[in-house]
Structures are given as structure tokens and as C-alpha cells.
Ligand binder design. Structure first.
Ligand SMILES: [Zn+2]
Ligand SMILES: [Zn+2]
Length: 323
């Protein structure tokens, strides 16, 4: 099979030929139809998050068709959370996202930038009907992480989204569905992203340094830029929360205590639980979430990553395999 392999930090992915993997007990062999590209993939390429035992096939938003067994022909999704121990205090208290032995798809185990992939069947989700595979792929990380982050914004009616990429374009639609007001923050002058946010129902779109027209009850920072955290705190109403949704962020600059005073808080969101996955994939078709995707063939995975880094598209990048 054809695959794109990560061989080391700072090097582009390399097109390789691999044997089609054989499923072990409890594993599904999937023919990959689509695999979303995520900012986490850039952190892996840049060495900001470590990849276990390269060469490694990246890609953790996989939509594939089961190739054998009772489930043959069924379309499933494979997320970032690829395996957990099931026995630790985190796993047994509904917090498997924090399992210290967790293994992540396209990082600790081979992912979906290939014609075929293996997945632990316990960590696969059914794909909602009505979503072509390319449109479904971004639901599996951008959508799921966004949904988990939104869960940390409990009753907030006004929500700021800092960085309007793949995750924010999905979360904005869920917010509107739940009658929450969305304020979209982008790089100064990024008219394209601001127009996209307004099109998706944001009440306002502007530069991250700008003050929104009302105080925010919560803010989610999707961009990997620590300097956004004090800016988001400054835009918060008393009691509000800033949720950092990325796996890596540049250093957060110092800020005055008055920005945090009045019971404001800053927290992070890590990974996902299978419960998040089930809930979100059930919710997505009811919103209905519509994903905007830029598609690339497998061999153009490096181009997709470069375009993501440079912000050359709106929405999400997805690698599409020919049937
Ligand atoms: Zn991701
Ligand atoms: Zn565990």
C-alpha cells in the first residue's frame, strides 16, 4: 500500500510502499477513504510533540471502510485516542483522556495517511449517514476537541473563538445551534477568515487584539499562540473561563493578576474520551454541522501541511484516497 511516513523532526513526510497491515485480535483493518490533517500534525513534524518510534504514519481523523469480519463494509471513524489501559484511576473514573498509558493514533500507532490502517474496534465510531467521508473526517478531531472545549464553557451565552480554523468553524455552528453568541478572533487583517466566521453565524469578527462588543462569558483558544491567553482573559466577564484547546502552545506571557481576579479561570483541554465522540457524532447531524474542506491526494500530504501552516484555506484540510 501507499503511505506517507514521518521519518524525523523537521523533515517532510516521505511517500513509501508498505505491506497492508494484518489485524490482530480486536483490531479492524480499514481501507482509508479520507484522513483529516490537524494542527497537531504540524506539532509532530516540528518536534513540539514527540512521535513514538519513527518511521510513523501520521493522521488521526480517519474515515475508513472495514475490510473483513462481521463488520465488513461498515464505515467507521478513528480519532486521536487510539487505546487506553482501562484500569488506571483516570480510565475508571470517566477520564480516559488523561490515561498515562494512552496511545494516540498517528503518533504512538500508525495513522491514516495511507491506503489502509488498523484500529482497535473499541475506539472506532460509526460515521453519521449523510456525511461523505471527506466532510466527516474533520469531525473526528477538530469537531471532537472543539466539542470537548465547548463543554468546559458550561452556561456561557457569549463565546470568543481565538483562531478561526478547522475546529472553530465547527464549534461556531454548534454554538449557534445552542443559541450562544459567537465572537471570532483572527490575525489582524485576515478578512477571509473573518468573512467565513460571519457567514457561519458569528455576531462579530475582528483581530485578536480588539475588544469584542460585549464581555465574553467564555473563550476558547484554538491557535497555538500563548500571547492570545492574556488577550482572551482581558475580554472575559467576571467568572468567565479561557479554555486552551491545543496540544501545544507557545509560552504564555505574564499578565496582571487583575486579569484573573473576579473568579476568571484558565484551563486546558486534553484529548477526548469515547463518550465525547459518541455524543458529538450524534449531535453533528442534528445541528447540522457542515464542514468546509480543502481536499488533497495522499501524495500531496506535505502540501496540505504547508497550506495549513500558512493559512491558505478556510475550514479543514483532508487527504482523500481514490476508491
Ligand atoms: Zn487533531
Ligand atoms: Zn488508563
Amino acid at each position: 500500500m501507499r503511505a506517507m511516513a514521518f521519518e524525523g523532526v523537521g523533515r517532510p513526510l516521505r511517500a513509501v510502499e508498505r505491506a497492508i497491515p494484518r489485524p490482530g485480535a480486536g483490531q479492524l483493518l480499514l481501507r482509508v477513504e479520507a484522513c483529516g490533517v490537524c494542527r497537531t500534525d504540524l506539532h509532530l513534524l516540528d518536534g513540539e510533540v514527540a512521535v513514538a518510534d519513527p518511521p510513523r504514519i501520521l493522521g488521526h481523523q480517519i474515515v475508513g471502510v472495514v475490510q473483513d469480519g462481521a463488520e465488513s463494509g461498515r464505515r467507521v471513524g478513528v480519532p486521536w485516542l487510539g487505546w487506553t489501559c482501562g484500569a488506571c484511576d483516570y480510565c475508571t473514573s470517566g477520564r480516559e483522556n488523561l490515561c498515562p498509558r494512552a496511545r494516540f493514533t498517528g503518533c504512538d500507532i500508525d495513522g491514516g495517511m495511507a491506503e489502509y490502517a488498523l484500529a482497535d474496534e473499541r475506539f472506532c465510531f460509526p460515521i453519521p449517514a449523510g456525511y461523505p467521508s471527506a466532510q466527516a473526517a474533520p469531525l473526528l478531531c477538530a469537531g471532537l476537541i472543539g466539542y470537548r472545549a465547548l463543554g468546559m464553557c458550561a452556561g456561557a451565552r457569549s463565546i470568543g473563538l481565538y483562531g478561526f480554523g478547522a475546529a472553530a468553524h465547527i464549534v461556531a455552528q454548534v454554538c449557534r445551534h445552542e443559541q450562544r453568541r459567537v465572537y471570532a478572533f483572527t490575525r489582524a487583517g485576515d478578512r477571509q477568515a473573518q468573512a467565513f466566521a460571519l457567514e457561519l453565524g458569528a455576531s462579530w469578527a475582528g483581530a485578536s487584539e480588539e475588544a469584542p462588543p460585549e464581555e465574553l462569558e467564555a473563550a476558547i483558544v484554538f491557535a497555538p499562540d500563548g500571547s492570545l491567553v492574556p488577550l482572551a482573559l482581558r475580554a472575559l466577564a467576571p467568572g468567565g473561563t479561557v479554555v486552551c484547546a491545543g496540544i501545544h502552545m507557545s509560552e504564555i506571557p505574564a499578565f496582571p493578576y487583575s486579569s484573573l481576579w473576579q473568579e476568571r479561570s484558565v484551563r486546558s483541554v486534553a484529548n477526548l474520551t469515547r463518550r465525547d465522540g459518541r455524543e458529538f457524532l450524534e449531535l453533528a447531524p442534528r445541528v447540522p454541522v457542515s464542514t468546509r474542506v480543502a481536499t488533497y491526494p495522499l501524495e500531496a500530504a506535505n502540501e496540505a501541511l504547508d497550506d495549513l501552516r500558512a493559512g491558505r484555506f478556510t475550514g479543514a484540510a483532508v487527504i482523500v484516497l481514490d476508491a
